[in-house]
Design a protein around this ligand. Structure first.
Ligand code: BES
Ligand code: ZN
Ligand code: ZN
Length: 468
């Protein structure tokens, strides 16, 4: 996946997409190949139509307003434009921006995100690919931020799309290490021995039946003068494959895509790459407890009582509720940084997926309302919308255990929340939990989000921290 992005036109043979704010600007352009009357009528609808994407591509979008809704419309237009580029096999596209900067960047983003492909395992890579995408007249910082978000999203999508025989916890750590070198953030890996000395009982229990050692991954971006005095800790669920363990999942529509159970971890990695690339002035730490959840004679069993990193005892009643065990240890580890805030992001529950589907993510937390609102606002800007669920005390009753401090399974209802209550138990600082079970991986193409790994969370975290 190698698209060249630029904020100037790259060469003469590049097809052009011209963005205007008003029809008066049409005479600034000159040499219009398209039919102006047609253009005027289509402009009203704020969409591109292929009929004027002729030969050397020239098209126009009337960007009117800067509302979040319109930004999303423009990303959608970017997707339509990409479909036309694909049909016409346009290799290089330049966006001639004569209008509003942020709006044209939303279009740029929509095209770029639609152009993502994962071809590593195709033996014939002879299909269409966009080689270069450029734009002029965009404000420098906004342009850089847009490219950072796109690159971060690509990184996450690729990590999620990788197959489980490749992306073992050890390989995951190697990939993060390579990205740390490329983007300039710090990376430390803890291996099995260190994880055992630290007594990360949740991570080790889930890993018990595995042939692959777990890893604990620590990323840090610390700029010279960060806005926050205490770090923000991002924790990602890094279950590289979830069979369900002895509480085995069925294959079809369940286990068959559980390579994506590290999408939260992927989002943390992609977000930190983007943050480092854009040199955001926030101090961020990323934590990932990585393992698969397999079956075998050594597997942890429903009925086991395990001791977590923070000393809490947990009665395991379902080995498929493994994410909360690995996350809880990572959250407890995060407490030692005395962070301003911990945000975890995880493909945690089918219940969250059933509740709101792929159109958004479920959040809950103990952070101040103001903090939650900032994150929600970022979600609206990047169209990764967040729906808050409650953490009322009564839900906590569902995870009380007869024989241990708590159990890893709630009742039949409110499963997204009881999972959240479990995590809450391990927090010592303000905290937000994001359940991305549904939007992290799509089984059908959805506009610029594409098919398979979406990279959800990257643009959200970036947008939120860029305005922190
Ligand atoms: N990884 C799954 C959650 C999931 C489901 C992610 C669908 C993406 C799509 C998680 O580990 C899991 O299996 N959760 C169980 C918890 C239950 C046993 C309490 C679930 O949601 O069914
Ligand atoms: Zn599971
Ligand atoms: Zn899982």
């Amino acid at each position: 996946m190698n698209i060249q992005f630029s904020n100037k036109s790259l060469n003469d043979s590049t097809s052009r997409l011209i963005i205007i704010k008003s029809l008066d600007q049409l005479n600034q352009i000159g040499n219009i190949q398209s039919d102006v009357d047609y253009l005027k009528s289509s402009l009203k609808e704020n969409k591109l139509t292929e009929s004027f994407l002729n030969g050397k591509l020239e098209a126009f979008v009337l960007s009117t307003e800067t509302s979040n809704k319109n930004l999303e419309v423009l990303r959608g237009i970017g997707y339509q434009a990409y479909k036309s580029l694909q049909k016409l096999e346009v290799a290089n596209l330049h966006i001639e921006n004569l209008a509003d900067n942020d709006n044209s960047l939303a279009l740029f983003e929509g095209i770029a995100l639609s152009a993502y492909q994962f071809l590593k395992y195709k033996t014939k890579k002879d299909g269409y690919a966009l080689n270069a995408l450029s734009i002029n007249g965009a404000e420098e910082k906004s342009y850089k931020h847009t490219v950072a978000k796109i690159e971060g999203t690509y990184i996450t999508r690729t990590l999620v799309n990788e197959h489980p025989a490749y992306l073992t916890p050890t390989q995951f750590s190697k990939d993060i290490d390579a990205l740390a070198n490329q983007y300039g953030f710090c990376f430390t890996k803890l291996d099995r021995g260190q994880i055992e000395s630290l007594k990360m009982g949740g991570l080790l229990a889930v890993n018990q039946a595995s042939n692959e050692d777990p890893t604990f991954n620590i990323m840090e971006w610390k700029p010279a003068k960060p806005k926050n005095s205490q770090p923000i800790v991002l924790v990602g669920k890094g279950v590289v494959y979830d069979t369900g363990g002895l509480s085995l999942k069925p294959t079809t529509n369940a286990m068959d895509f559980m390579k994506a159970d590290m999408a939260g971890a992927g989002a943390v990695v992609g977000a930190i790459c983007a943050i480092a690339k854009a040199q955001l002035d926030v101090h961020v730490i990323g934590l990932i407890a990585a393992t698969d959840n397999k079956i075998g004679s050594k597997a942890y069993s429903p009925g086991d009582v395990i001791t977590m990193y923070d000393g809490t005892t947990v009665e395991v009643l379902n080995t498929d509720a493994e994410g909360r065990l690995t996350l809880a240890d990572a959250i407890s580890y995060g407490n030692k940084y005395e962070p301003e805030l911990i945000v975890d992001i995880a493909t945690l529950t089918g219940a969250a997926a059933r509740a709101i589907g792929t159109e958004g993510s479920v959040i809950m937390g103990t952070a101040e309302e103001k903090t939650l609102n900032h994150l929600k606002a970022a979600g609206h800007i990047v169209h990764e919308r967040l729906v808050e669920f409650p953490l009322w005390d009564e839900y906590g009753d569902q995870i009380k255990s007869d024989m241990a401090d708590i159990k890893n399974l709630g009742g039949d209802m409110g499963g997204a929340i009881t999972a959240g209550k479990f995590l809450e138990h391990f927090t010592r600082t303000p905290w937000i939990h994001i359940d991305i079970a549904a939007p992290s991986y799509l089984h059908h193409e959805d506009k610029y989000r594409g098919k398979n790994g979406t990279g959800v969370g990257v643009r959200l975290f970036f947008e939120w921290l860029a305005n922190y």
